[in-house]
Design a protein around this ligand. Sequence first.
Ligand SMILES: CCCCCCCC/C=C\CCCCCCCC(=O)SCCNC(=O)CCNC(=O)[C@H](O)C(C)(C)COP(=O)(O)OP(=O)(O)OC[C@H]1O[C@@H](n2cnc3c(N)ncnc32)[C@H](O)[C@@H]1OP(=O)(O)O
Length: 222
Amino acid sequence: MTIAFIHEEIPTEQVEQREKVLSSLTDAVRDLVDATIRSTVADDELDAVRAEVEALAARLRAAQLPGPAGVRYNSEGRSWNWGNAVVGRGNAVAPPVDITHDEFGSAYAELTLGAAYEGPPGMVHGGVSALLLDQIMGETASGFKRLTMTGTLTLRYRRPLPLGPVRLEAQIDRESGRKITVEARIGVPGEDAAVEATGLFLIPSWAPLDESAASWSRSAEG
Ligand SMILES: CCCCCCCC/C=C\CCCCCCCC(=O)SCCNC(=O)CCNC(=O)[C@H](O)C(C)(C)COP(=O)(O)OP(=O)(O)OC[C@H]1O[C@@H](n2cnc3c(N)ncnc32)[C@H](O)[C@@H]1OP(=O)(O)O
């Protein structure tokens, strides 16, 4: 099965305007998720809020894509993946992460994980750490110059990670042909890593080794 990118000829300026407006809505929905988890209002108030939320969902459903958002690009080399589970600007389920690629083969991110990402009481869910690490490692392996997919991801959970500010770092350790090994970690900023990861990322046999000339590739974003 191949991975298809969708060519959609929307001018970059318009993509960016839409992304800005969509991101604000996503932030508000994320806040709604946090507010829902932590709310202690009375049951009838919860019920009244549910009715309003259902009405809002119906307004958004007035015009919908037939399926998931996919990865789209225009011929100016701007691409957007607003549904992505980790970096999708339209995805309120995604942690609020912004990944910085400071050079090819190295990336970092800082974000704050709130109540929606809890596993053990007060701690980040291990699957959420894995989710964030998989994305930053995949982007690092790809550098948006080639398509890479996670082959094997190995995680060592060394100490619990409290909810709150976290920092992720990833860098390519080595590569050979279609195999790229990436090392990464997540932890409280300035402290020893809570989770260390090693991943083998593969350029699928059906994909080119280098796609830097392809319209979907770009240098700084997921
Ligand atoms: C999300 C999609 C990408 C979107 C791109 C957006 C654009 C921006 C670009 C990039 C940013 C990236 C950001 C993404 C971050 C998120 C990453 C994910 O979550 S990815 C989803 C989870 N992963 C899968 O679903 C893979 C499922 N597996 C497969 O599709 C295939 O198995 C694949 C492509 C991994 C390998 O298939 P073959 O046909 O290319 O390769 P064969 O011939 O089987 O193997 C080649 C060599 O690799 C080893 N190998 C194969 N699979 C391996 C594995 N799983 N682990 C270790 N080694 C493996 C084999 O042993 C072989 O080694 P020998 O050459 O003999 O030495």
